[in-house]
Write a protein that binds this ligand. Structure first.
Ligand code: NAD
Length: 368
């Protein structure tokens, strides 16, 4: 196939391949290892993805595979116990056995929910991810984290379950709204900040092309992001060490998402743009990095017209509430908040906050 990129995620017996290309969903069986062995195939999608890609479901997939289909509501609210139970019930009703395969065709919400279901049903059935948002293509479909939210915080209930393959077809992004697309750029920018200064320089030059879906630039940014993430996951699948750097901006970001109730007001990636901005500012506050880093970050996003602070989104949060929600995030150990901060672009640092007062003072200044 022309211009098809394969990247192996090395995890011993759990290794799998990420396939990246344009218009590749027409040959979906060729990307699924031992495709013939599956007794039943169930495609899980959400109402938006289904409506906006009718041809894919009623023609392209049908031509290649025989499948059952489950369509769920869209949005972060679907990552809940209610929909986990509903999805599992719908799958069990289809009388599945352990040789059943789930194919998730959707964004990060559906990917996390489907992956969690696949790790629970019959103590584990296979899953293939077909991510349909930029965010899920560069981040959530790779690495095996599954999850749903709790009223106590984001992603607090979940498991690790690696997919059998990840199939990324960039043409599916054309039906995605601009806001969703830009939201995915947050994780791409995060990879450059935690691991690769040269990639950041590339983004400064080519970021506009990525968010305008220029095919080559988009594929390059997705490939680069998947490579950075999968190398980290290969070293530390269960997040006992280096994988934590992927949480840069996320402790602040998850607090914002929890406070705003995972509503439409703020998307995951938007919360991460703000989260990274606050993480850089807090790094400066703790004298870990120079103000130049903030300048590079903000001017890049300003050039792209991407908002990155709370006022831009009309969100007001008190320092006390912010801190309370940061404590609820799972990145808290022995009562100390764990944060990924930054010394330089490409040089993250993990800190355990000995004195919460510093964070509280910072938030008081920042959220005035
Ligand atoms: N598991 C992980 O490692 C990991 C990593 C990062 C983020 N996440 C999770 O991912 C979630 C966010 O994912 P997301 O940004 O993809 O959101 P999402 O799944 O909610 O998708 C965003 C919206 O776009 C719609 N949509 C999806 N694909 C479309 C398409 N091709 N055309 C038209 N509409 C489409 C969806 O219906 C939804 O309304 C969060 O819950 C976050 O916690 C998980």
């Amino acid at each position: 196939m022309k211009n098809l990129i394969n990247h192996k995620v090395s995890l011993g017996k759990k290794s799998y391949t990420i396939f990246i290309g344009k218009d590749i969903l027409g040959s979906i069986p060729s990307f699924i290892p031992n495709y013939q062995k599956y007794s039943k195939i169930i495609i899980i999608t959400d109402e938006n993805v289904y409506k906006k890609n009718q041809r894919l479901f009623s023609y392209v997939f049908k031509k290649e595979i025989k499948f059952n289909q489950i369509i769920l509501p869209h949005g972060e609210k679907t990552k809940s116990f209610k929909y986990l139970e509903l999805l599992i019930d719908k799958i069990l009703k289809l009388e599945v056995d352990r040789d059943c395969l789930l194919i998730c065709v959707g964004g990060g919400v559906l990917g996390d929910l489907s992956a969690l279901s696949s790790s629970l049903i019959l103590r584990g059935i296979d899953l293939v991810q077909v991510p349909t948002t930029l965010l899920s293509q560069v981040d959530s479909s790779v690495g095996g984290k599954t999850g749903i939210n709790s009223k106590y915080g984001k992603n607090l209930i979940g498991s690790f379950k690696q997919p059998k393959s990840v199939i990324i077809s960039t043409d599916i992004l054309t039906s995605l709204g601009k806001r969703e697309l830009v939201s995915g750029y947050a994780e791409i920018l995060k990879y450059s900040f935690i691991k690769d200064k040269l990639f950041f320089r590339w983004l400064v030059k080519n970021g506009k092309k990525v968010i305008s879906l220029d095919s080559d630039s988009c594929i390059y940014a997705i490939e680069k992001s998947c490579i950075i993430k999968s190398k980290i996951v290969a070293i530390d699948e269960k997040e006992k060490g280096i994988r934590e750097i992927l949480n840069f901006g996320h402790t602040f970001g998850h607090a914002i998402e929890s406070i705003t109730g995972y509503k439409h007001k703020i998307k995951h990636g938007e919360a991460i743009f703000i989260g990274m901005y606050l993480a850089i500012k807090f790094s400066i506050f703790l004298k870990l990095c120079s103000k130049d880093i903030l300048f590079h970050y903000s001017s890049h996003l300003e050039n792209l017209g991407i908002p990155f602070n709370l006022e831009h989104y009309n969100i007001k949060i008190s320092p006390e509430e912010f801190l309370k929600h940061m404590r609820f995030d799972k990145k808290v150990k022995k009562n100390k908040i764990k944060l990924i901060l930054i010394k330089d672009i490409g040089l993250p640092v993990r800190i355990f906050l000995e004195e919460e007062k510093k964070l509280s003072n910072f938030l008081k200044d920042e959220l005035r």
